[in-house]
Design a protein. Structure first.
Length: 670
């Protein structure tokens, strides 16, 4: 058999297999195809065929065009609202930097993510409801804050004076904080998401804590979601991806990550020589998440439909992110020659396309129908958290002022010509005479856009973000509960750690506050003599205990329970602190004033997780950080890494962190 004959035979075999698969798909559906492929893979393995492992799917959208549901809203009105938000977000930053040189701000992040946010605002974000404690919890990407302010301005929640004073909170008329800061805007922002990486890890533990409240019967399941919006560059932060396996283990289908993959960070490409979307897909699929890629807009669907031999899909996957970034700023002729020109079959696919049409082929993150479809699938996930990775262009709409360019993250100003281009592109009704001032624009309250905007939020339960902190107070335990600690122990020596554990045990049994206490330990409960609590109140696990523990015959066995009260986090101070934040802010998030006790080796506290401690302070979290074996009089054998003599110095700058160093049991009781 000649080489040519062999290739022809293999092509026929491939077509026969594909035809068979099409039949099974039509008759048995996707579940039957999945089962059949698994059986084939197992049979091949048993016969010595070793398949290369890959956690990746092809570099195309996860949801086929034929599976898209009808779009439920008005595309025209939503595009109009989105354009107004874009303009006002840009104008806010431009005006602020004209008023005060170097004050900063970010235009390009929201410009790339506008569609991602607007679809969620109009169709998915559940408001906080009449009681202020229902609805979704949303961790907004910090650099996108101008867009969230601009939308709140259209909603009537932020005044024009406040927009004028962006990043100037103390100016006359009030101002707006640079990023989401509940401390500075307590009725608006819920969660601080700067420094980068804090939002994702806090969102994971927030979603898990929501389940904790439900499983313990402290709150009803209201089918709400926790959303975390982040950039692809932010995923380099260890906190961003460090806890994603927990979300999968805990089956947190109430958690949705949305990654704005504009391929750029401040200095340049996120992965110029690689592919960040495929890298993230591997990480999340490997951890057990549901991954939805939204890479290509609807303009690409006809081309993919004609790609019967897979040459276009193959080309899509082999290009580096550095090349993709360049395509976003080049002409249609360049795209034809450098992307499609690699294969004659690709050139034939686009032979009827003009250069202008090629240049305007949209990315998936800028396509409302693609984003809506992804969100709909995410909120319907039944057994796993979901990550949506949406391909966008950084600085989308800025044109020559920075669209897709490496400088765009630092872009703070637009000149008159650039403002005119932006205005014309998004059809903002501002005259040539006025455009140089970058004025804010807000339609009349009875305009179709404003009526639609208000109706959508009303139907979803109200505005977001918003924060309410007026909640019922818990009854303080009777003083008699602490009598034994004030009385002293005569000649018997008792460590402060032992006294604290005894006191915590009594508090957990208190009829008024006991059920609201949340003990949190990073795999150190036995070190602190807390193992008796394992059996008394149980270790929380959403699935309960599916095994017979090795120490089940002992009195103090390791007891996991669905209604368990202890959060045993494993060896993660960052995860433990994130649980502390979720519990300590439950009064504002859920209207339930929980009392967290985070018990840790003091040397592994503020030194390790200082940024999260500041986030807790920003959110005005309430609870107790218990640094055990503090001081340099204990643990000498462990070396200086365990001997703490400086935690209080790190705690003092945090304005609402009250530091205390008790030496006796009665001082703990005080």
């Amino acid at each position: 058999m000649t080489e040519q004959q062999r290739k022809e035979l293999e092509a026929i075999e491939t077509q026969e297999w594909i035809a068979s698969l099409d039949y099974v798909l039509a008759e048995g559906g996707t579940d039957r195809v999945r089962s059949l492929l698994q059986d084939l893979q197992q049979y091949a393995y048993q016969n010595g065929v070793r398949m290369p492992f890959s956690a990746n799917t092809p570099y195309i959208n996860s949801i086929p065009a034929g599976s898209q549901p009808p779009f439920p809203g008005s595309r025209t009105l939503e595009r109009r609202i989105k354009s107004l938000v874009r303009w006002n977000a840009m104008a806010m930053v431009v005006r602020a930097n004209r008023k005060e040189e170097g004050i900063g701000g970010h235009i390009s992040t929201y410009a790339s993510a506008a569609t991602i946010y607007e679809i969620a605002f109009n169709h998915f974000f559940k408001g906080r409801g009449e009681d202020g404690f229902s609805g979704d919890q949303i961790f907004f990407q910090g650099h996108a804050a101008p867009g969230i302010y601009a939308r709140a301005f259209l909603e009537g929640r932020i005044s024009e004076a406040e927009l004028h004073n962006f990043r100037r909170e103390l100016a006359d008329g009030g101002g707006l904080s640079s990023y989401p800061h509940p401390w500075l805007m307590p009725g608006f922002w819920e969660f601080p998401t700067v420094s980068m990486g804090l939002g994702p890890i806090m969102a994971i533990y927030q979603a898990r804590f929501n389940r904790y409240l439900e499983d313990r019967g402290l709150k009803e399941d209201q089918d709400t979601k926790v959303w975390a919006f982040l950039g692809d560059g932010e995923t380099d932060e260890p906190e961003t991806l460090g806890a994603i396996s927990l979300a999968a283990r805990a089956k947190l289908n109430n958690l949705i990550f949305v990654i704005n993959a504009n391929l750029q960070r401040l200095d340049g490409p996120v992965r110029g020589n690689g592919n960040i979307i495929q890298e993230l897909e591997r990480n999340f699929r490997g951890a057990g998440w549901n991954v939805i890629k939204v890479i290509w807009g609807s303009d690409w669907d006809p081309l993919l439909e004609k790609d019967t031999d897979g040459v276009l899909v193959r080309r899509m996957g082999e290009v580096t992110d550095g090349e993709r970034q360049k395509y976003s700023i080049e002409s249609g002729d360049y795209i034809r020659n450098h992307f499609f020109g690699s294969d004659d079959r690709l050139l034939k696919l686009v032979e009827q396309y003009s250069d202008e049409r090629l240049r305007r082929l949209r990315m998936g993150g800028h396509d409302p129908e693609k984003i809506y479809t992804a969100y709909k699938m995410a909120v319907e996930s039944e057994d796993a958290p979901t990550v949506i990775i949406a391909r966008t262009i950084k600085g989308y709409g800025l044109g020559e002022a920075g669209e897709g360019k490496n400088i765009t993250h630092s872009q703070k100003k637009l000149n008159e010509d650039e403002l005119k281009e932006f205005r014309t592109r998004f059809n903002i009704p501002i005259s040539d005479e006025d455009v140089s001032e970058a004025p804010f624009f807000k339609p009349e309250a009875d305009s179709p856009e404003m009526v639609y905007l208000q109706q959508r939020r009303k139907s979803l339960g109200g505005y977001v973000p918003t924060r309410k902190t007026e909640v019922p107070q818990l009854k303080v335990p009777e003083r008699a509960l602490f009598d034994e600690f004030r009385a002293g122990t005569d000649d018997r020596e008792v460590s402060t750690t032992m006294a604290f554990v005894r006191m915590l045990t009594k508090l957990l049994k208190d009829k008024d506050v006991g059920k609201y206490i949340v003990p949190i330990v990073p795999d150190e409960a036995r070190t602190f003599g807390m193992e008796a609590l394992f059996r008394q109140v149980g270790i929380y696990s959403h699935v309960g205990q599916l095994y017979d523990p090795v120490d089940s015959a002992s009195l103090l066995y390791y007891k996991e329970a669905k209604n368990g009260q202890i959060l045993e986090e494993g060896i993660t101070e960052a995860g433990s602190m994130s649980s502390f934040i979720a519990a300590g802010t439950s009064y504002a998030t859920h209207g339930i004033p929980m009392i967290p006790f985070f018990i840790f080796y003091s040397m592994f506290g503020l030194q390790r997780i200082g940024d999260l401690v500041w986030a807790a302070a920003d959110m005005q979290a309430r609870g107790f950080l218990i640094g055990g074996t503090a001081g340099r009089t204990t643990l000498a054998g462990e070396g200086l890494q365990h001997q703490d003599g400086n935690s209080h110095l790190l705690a003092y700058p945090v304005p609402n962190l009250v530091t205390y160093d008790p030496s006796y049991a009665y001082e703990i009781a005080v």
